[in-house]
Design a binder for this molecule. Structure first.
Ligand SMILES: Cc1ncc(COP(=O)(O)O)c(C=O)c1O
Length: 300
């Protein structure tokens, strides 16, 4: 158990990254492990995947072209945050084989797995060369309690745990909450996923009525959607600010990726339906306002 999935990721980066090594990931990816790797002196290589030509996903060919003997970690976010694509068993097998060939650890970030239709943890195909990080923040909504997990073969776990800063363990209150959630997970997720799916459909319908808005990946296998704003002629930051003024938080693309961040906002969907109804009802007006808004406060 770790203090959030993020602490598992930090521990692994501390254990394996050092000057002269690389962490290879996608763009978009989750940015914090990249920061942890750089803090250790490693180089971060981001393979662009925001592209219909590669179906918004990492391919074995692209991965192979970016790894070598310096590669310490291949960091795979699956389902990808923010794109919402997920990888098949065959793809995971090919990534695991590439990791094995170059001697890298395959770090499979499965934070959003419970929202995916079908998911193969890398540990199932490569128990020796892969680790899985997990979170209770998303499917169970425990983000504030800071509870996650690292799953790995015992010998690997012993090595990685040497760099843990949480030597006294994760909060017992949070662990009890996680256990209570696990006890009702099937029933809970059936309800949550039903709401999440309906919310996604609502957003798709609202977006379809506005010229230029697009949902490049539907359905997303995460509890969020990428909503492209670029063809509608609005800046993601402007739309975020307009919604913020209405008490609704969505995220500008640059939070996730500098390279592609001007194309989209990310909208979370595992929220009460009434929130999404409000989001959709406001969408035409927010888009209109965003077109006129130039003066923006800093966003995080
Ligand atoms: C891809 C990904 N990994 C890991 C995390 C960390 O989750 P937590 O530390 O809250 O368990 C997040 C949170 O947003 C995430 O999006």
């Amino acid at each position: 158990m770790t203090e959030g999935g993020v602490n598992a990721l930090a521990m692994i980066c501390r254990a394996r990254c050092k000057p002269g090594t690389t962490l290879v990931t996608t763009d978009p990816t989750w940015k914090w492990p990249c920061l942890f790797a750089r803090q250790q002196g490693a180089e971060v290589i981001e393979i662009p995947i925001y592209d219909a030509a590669c179906d918004y996903r990492l391919t074995a060919e692209a991965l192979k072209a970016h790894v070598d003997e310096r590669t310490a970690i291949i960091y795979l976010v699956d389902p990808n945050n923010p794109l919402g694509i997920r990888y098949s068993r065959v793809e995971i097998e090919s990534f695991a084989a590439i990791a094995c060939d170059c001697g890298a650890l395959l770090l499979h970030d499965c934070t959003y797995r419970d929202f995916a239709d079908g998911h193969t943890p890398a540990l199932h195909v490569a128990p020796e060369g892969a680790v899985v990080s997990m979170s209770f923040s998303k499917w169970l909504g425990l983000a504030g309690l800071r509870i996650g997990a690292l799953v790995a073969a015992p010998e690997l776990f012993d090595e990685l745990a040497q760099t843990s800063t949480s030597v006294l363990g994760a909060s017992v209150v949070a662990q009890r909450a996680a256990q209570a959630g696990l006890a009702v997970k099937t029933e809970w997720m059936t309800t949550v996923r039903g709401i999440d799916r309906a919310n996604k459909v609502m957003i798709r319908e609202a977006a379809a009525s506005i010229e230029g808005l697009a949902l490049p990946i539907f359905p997303s296998h995460g509890n969020f959607l990428v909503l492209e704003t670029v063809a509608a002629g609005i800046r993601p930051e402007a739309l975020v600010e307009c919604y913020r003024r209405q008490g609704i938080m969505i995220r500008q693309g640059t939070y996730h990726t500098q390279r592609f961040g001007d194309r989209f906002v990310k909208v979370s969907t595992s929220v009460p339906s009434s929130w999404v109804e409000k989001f959709c009802a406001l969408l035409p007006e927010m888009v209109a306002q965003a077109r006129r808004l130039n003066d923006l406060p800093p966003q995080f």
